[in-house]
Design a protein around this ligand. Structure first.
Ligand SMILES: *Cc1c(COP(=O)(O)O)cnc(C)c1O
Length: 305
């Protein structure tokens, strides 16, 4: 359950949590055409709070909206400030930020020409998405019976609300089967990503991640790619198959929610030693330090409150 905080930013104003309601004819509720973001704010060791790659997330929100042909009635700078204001007013030193752009009520049907475009920013406390144990010990994953979206069926580069029906179906199936997360293959059968995380594989010192074709361009993904390159390790974007994961030394997920989560098992096969490997641990540790503003090299990733 999301723990209630005091205020939600809605259409330019901070309103009380309980008042942030919408009409049942809200278009997005019926047809799924809306866009969103997921952003984390961390409390740094010096006591300050810093939002991880806030401008990048807001710019991706605008890119998602552009793909979806939704015109956001605010400027990116306004939404960046609004995210910070919402955290501040709720006294959240650390937490998750969910900007949501949706089509309001008015006309029904799939061509809502003049319905208002509405924007909300919700903040709440959120710990490890796949659990603290998964961060430490690794997570157990099952290849999904559902494919990741075909690139001409859904726009895979956009965080469009309706896209996540695919993720919900896959996640439910995996959890019901006793696993933590679903691995999704693209429509050609190659490894794509998880339901809300990008994937990396490590074998003999080489690190690979699928190219952007059918995957969401994760901001954690690109941050981790930068960290890997800065460490002088080799990273390539390349298609690979699920059996390459089975025989990998290490596999890990990246995402705002999942952060850097090791994968210890896929389709009932142990990955490497069955424990988070040295490369994953090193990347995870550097990522957390960077996200908490502890590394000079990555200071420009942090927007302090
Ligand atoms: C949001 C998301 C990710 C991770 O992106 P980040 O920018 O790292 O949070 C990966 N895959 C999907 C499908 C997503 O929705």
């Amino acid at each position: 359950m999301v723990e209630k905080v005091n205020k939600i930013w809605m259409d330019g104003e901070l309103i009380h949590w309980d008042e942030a309601k919408v009409h049942i004819l809200t278009h997005t509720l019926h047809y799924g055409m809306g866009v969103f973001e997921g952003i984390r704010c961390y409390q740094c060791p010096d006591g300050r709070s810093g939002v991880f790659r806030l401008p990048e997330h807001i710019h991706r929100l605008f890119d998602s909206a552009h793909i979806a042909e939704i015109e956001i009635p605010f400027a990116p700078e306004e939404l960046i400030e609004a995210c910070k204001d919402t955290l501040r007013v709720n006294g959240l030193k650390e937490g998750y930020i969910r900007p949501l752009v949706f089509i309001g009520d008015g006309a029904m049907g799939v061509h809502p020409q003049d319905n208002p475009i509405r924007v909300a920013i919700i903040t709440w406390k959120w710990g490890a998405y796949l659990g603290e144990e998964a961060l430490q010990q690794g997570t157990r994953v099952k290849t999904s019976s559902y494919s990741r979206h075909h690139v001409n069926v859904m726009m895979t580069k956009a965080k469009i609300c309706g896209n996540y029906v695919n993720s919900v179906l896959a996640k439910r199936e995996a959890v019901r089967g006793g696993y933590d997360e679903a691995l999704m293959l693209d429509t050609d059968g190659y490894v794509s990503e998880a339901t809300g995380e990008n994937i990396f594989v490590v074998k003999n010192g080489l690190i690979k991640t699928p190219p952007l074709t059918s995957v969401l361009a994760g901001i954690t993904r690109v941050s981790v790619m930068t960290i890997i390159a800065d460490k002088g390790m080799k990273i390539v974007e390349q298609r690979f198959t699920r059996d390459e994961l089975y025989t990998a030394d290490e596999v890990f997920f990246t995402g705002t929610a999942a952060e850097v989560t090791p994968v210890r098992e896929i389709d009932d096969r142990k990955i490497g030693s069955g424990k988070p490997g040295p490369v994953t641990k090193e990347i995870q540790s550097t990522f957390f330090k960077a996200a908490h503003g502890e590394l000079d090299q990555y200071q420009d990733w942090i927007s302090y409150l």
